[in-house]
Design a binder for this molecule. Sequence first.
Ligand code: SF4
Ligand code: SF4
Length: 294
Amino acid sequence: MNTSEPDYSHLTRRHPCLSDGPGLRSGRLHLPVSPRCNIQCRFCRRAFNGLEERPGVARGILDLADVPALLARALELCPEIAVVGIAGPGDTLASDHALEAFRIVGRLQPDLVKCLSTNGLLLEERLSELLAVGVATVTVTVNGVRPETVSRIVASVALEGFRQAGEQAAEQLTRRQLAGIRAAAAAGLLVKVNMVLIPGLNDGEVAATAEAVRRAGAALFNLIPLLPQGDFARFRPPSCGDLQAARSLAEAHLPVFRHCHHCRADAVGVPGVSDLSGALYGASARPVETFSHG
Ligand code: SF4
Ligand code: SF4
């Protein structure tokens, strides 16, 4: 490792999703507080139920007023929790809910690591707010870097108050994602990049994506196999061999995280070891009757 690279060991040893070291024994609490998204990925079908195990799914949107009680209960159920993450079900920066939830967590449990996942559209714009509430780690989902590829994955992007589609909108999204990663890394945040691997669509630009985000300052790369749904319901999910090949390509540029469990937006516990989401959220989440993808 280059000795001039930043030392994130104070984070990686406490976070279950940043290394294959002692952090793997730590727990994380996901707070599903973010209701909206500002882009529309064609594979995304956000949902509210207690059955499916995948990102984008939660039992309901958590009311901020319920955060203090849930946090206390989660730490009782799982004292290994070292990280509070906000990963949806919508984008965490498309509304103020995630920032407000982190403010509450910081007041009550200042030692917990605060971790935010975003599509990156507003990362640079809202970075000072993230720093103010003490976010230490950020995951940005970047599913490609070429406009023709990104425009096939993302149906629309909210830019200057309008939903825009096509390669120009995709180019703007990528530009903002890389600028956000650059700014976050420069501010000392550990940036991990998630890429949803879609055979036949973006598997040819894994290396280019890993290289671009490494140049911007990302420290870690995580490949997530496509779960075929939404407009991509008929797509083939990657095989284990596809995933291994893609990881090898990415690894030429960045360390690759290989322990991801593709958790729900309301996951609780030690990933792959304990699943306390039902015990914590089963009774308290409020079902959402209408949900807007916009
Ligand atoms: Fe769904 Fe996330 Fe894409 Fe928004 S950014 S449409 S929540 S996958
Ligand atoms: Fe960690 Fe993967 Fe779960 Fe996110 S989805 S909390 S990276 S194991």
